[in-house]
Design a protein around this ligand. Structure first.
Ligand SMILES: [Zn+2]
Length: 329
């Protein structure tokens, strides 16, 4: 019925497993994503200061914004679990050995260890189960522009007063990453099933929140720029960010690079294009052979998953496949 999905599953068959297995193999499906902030976002660990890191681009040292891998995975799992609750609660009830499915949890030791999300993203051992290793690899992502360009510090004068941008008085509010900030990200699925690849793509397509939960901040649009399937792991998010900055600058020249690092805005199209060509040329240099599915191909696959019934079927198929994998007995 769903032709593009079937075709895609067939094409990635050599780089995926029919069923999840305990013993690791060498199958990698990497997804190149550009996360674009569509509203100001708070990515902070201490509650005030924006997460940053010093990276080297050519001969230039730059302090850029940082989006932790663990923040990305937590946000994606929240979406994955919510989706499962909507679509396969009934089916989950019937696979639970005692009682009903509680909908699974975000708390590491309280996860159900039976659902497709737990099987793919992993979970720690609870009282009876054994722990499941994650088969999705996220790494830290870095902004292209420098932290001083993309972060705004706010100070509140007094209760009720408006926000001020000057530190002259009052309480410092948590830093904001400005709208328009771009984070190139590579996420890699290892030894996944074709259904898990589809599940992951669907979650990425749906997820619009990567900041703190329950706030009006942190609206994100995930642009999936390509899917690369092979037997070796591809380039990292950091390498892509670095390469994009260089590509936009046209050279490693310090002044030209500075122009990009401090630019008011960057063209989304140009960044997307650069990210793809940087990723592919790095993969080539690193002798990574892969089959490529470009952004147009992936969006056709995603379009077929607009229909929840299609996603439901994928999750049901996956649920059968994880049966043995998740049961310790
Ligand atoms: Zn679970």
């Amino acid at each position: 019925m769903s032709t593009k999905i079937d075709e895609f599953k067939q094409k990635i068959a050599d780089y995926t497993l029919e069923k999840p297995e305990r013993k690791p193999r060498q199958n990698y499906v990497s997804v190149l994503i550009l996360r674009e902030l569509q509203s100001a976002a708070r990515f902070t660990t201490d509650g005030t200061e924006a997460n940053s890191a010093v990276i080297r681009i050519g001969d230039t040292e730059a302090t850029v914004g940082k989006l932790f891998g663990r923040k990305q995975v937590a946000s994606d799992r929240r979406v994955a679990k919510a989706l499962q609750r909507t679509l396969i609660s009934e089916q989950m009830n019937s696979v639970m050995k005692k009682g009903v499915w509680d909908g699974c949890s975000m708390e590491v030791t309280k996860m159900c260890q039976r659902c497709p999300d737990c099987a793919l993203f992993g979970s720690a051992a609870s009282d009876e189960g054994i722990s499941i290793t994650s088969r999705v690899m996220y790494d830290e992502a870095y902004s292209i522009r420098s932290i001083s360009t993309i972060v705004e510090e706010y100070f509140q004068n007094a209760p009720g007063d408006n926000y001020a941008k000057s530190p002259t008085s009052g309480i410092r509010e948590p830093d904001f990453f400005k709208e328009g900030t771009l984070f190139p990200c590579v996420v890699t699925l290892k030894d996944a099933t074709p259904e898990e690849v589809l599940f992951f793509l669907n979650i990425t397509d749906r997820n619009t929140r990567y900041g703190a939960t329950g706030t009006r901040f942190g609206k994100v649009r995930n642009h999936i720029l390509g899917v690369y399937a092979g037997y070796r792991e591809g380039p990292s998010s950091l390498e892509v960010t670095r390469g994009v900055a260089m590509a936009l600058a046209g050279s490693a020249d310090r002044e030209k690079l500075k122009g990009i690092l401090t630019a008011d805005t960057l063209s989304l199209d140009m960044v997307c294009e650069a990210a793809v060509s940087v990723y592919e040329s790095l993969a080539e240099k690193q002798r990574v052979k892969h089959d490529k599915f470009d952004t147009d191909y992936v969006s056709k696959v995603l379009s077929e998953m607009k229909d929840d019934a299609v996603v439901k079927e994928i999750l049901e198929t996956q649920l059968v496949k994880v049966g043995e994998y998740v049961s310790a007995d």
